[in-house]
Ligand binder design. Structure first.
Ligand code: SAM
Length: 245
């Protein structure tokens, strides 16, 4: 790559990612605000308003790589406290913070926390009305596996929404963003978690993630219909949507 880092082999990726999130779990929410300058909140709000979860106690959402619960909490709120959300993450430390936050918000009854891998979901076929994943899919070593698992666990008529860092459209914004992510993100990581190196891998994973159109094609290959995307903040992030019809 242009940064001169060695490529990380497939089998080494998940342990690196797990190490980062174990270290930062307790400070993850603060770091998110620092690293995205607060923008992640607006992007997540956008994702949940696109989903528009109905006020229906039978509506079941699976939020994969759900971490400390940001997406699931918004979904419960948007459904007027009625939807059931399952927060799934490979990292127990992140889930523990999420469970604590849910209890403080008084919404534990709407939530289930499951420690598992996005590549191998512990659910029956056709179990969920919606599958969401925010800033998680680029951390999964085999994205195609995660997408086919998403397809499998969704009911017919179910919705897939993926929020992820993406390809910035404007060349100038691109340069600013590149400088920001290359310098600021590892720096914040170092200040907060005592080690900047793991964050370089995360920044690399953003650079390596497919463009909006390439990722849309991957979603189609997994079987989804009516696939489209919306850019946020000039493409710093993008929301992809698809349906299991
Ligand atoms: N969705 C949350 C949010 O937007 O705030 C958390 C995003 S955080 C950047 C990425 C999350 O992906 C971490 O909690 C990490 O443990 C999780 N993750 C990484 N690899 C995973 C995998 N293979 N399966 C499930 N979760 C995974």
């Amino acid at each position: 790559t242009s940064f001169g880092f060695r490529d990380v082999a497939d089998g080494e990726k998940q342990p690196l990612v797990n190490d980062v999130f174990h270290k930062v779990a307790k400070r993850y929410d603060m770091m998110n605000d620092l690293m995205s300058a607060g923008l992640h909140r607006a992007w997540k709000d956008g994702m949940v308003s696109a989903l528009n979860p109905p006020p229906n106690p039978d509506y079941r959402v699976l939020d994969v790589a759900g971490g400390t619960g940001d997406i699931a909490f918004r979904i419960v709120k948007a459904s007027r406290g009625l939807a059931q959300a399952t927060v799934l993450d490979i990292n127990g430390s992140m889930l523990a913070v999420g469970e604590e936050r849910a209890a403080k918000k008084g919404i534990s009854d709407n939530l289930t926390f499951v420690e598992a891998n996005a590549e191998d979901l512990p659910f029956d076929d056709k179990s969920f009305d919606a599958y969401t994943i925010a800033f998680g899919i680029r951390n999964v070593p085999h994205i195609d596996k995660a997408l086919s698992e998403a397809y499998r666990v969704l009911k017919r008529g179910g919705r897939l929404l993926v929020l992820e860092f993406s390809e910035v459209e404007a060349p100038i914004l691109d340069k600013v963003y590149e400088a920001w992510s290359f310098h600021a993100i590892p720096l914040v990581g170092k200040a907060v978690a005592g080690d900047g190196e793991p964050y370089r891998y995360l920044v690399e994973s953003i650079r390596k993630f497919p463009s909006q159109t390439d990722f849309a094609a991957m979603i189609e290959r997994a079987g989804f219909s009516r696939v489209k995307f919306t850019n946020y903040s000039g493409g710093i992030a993008a929301l992809h949507s698809g349906w299991k019809l």
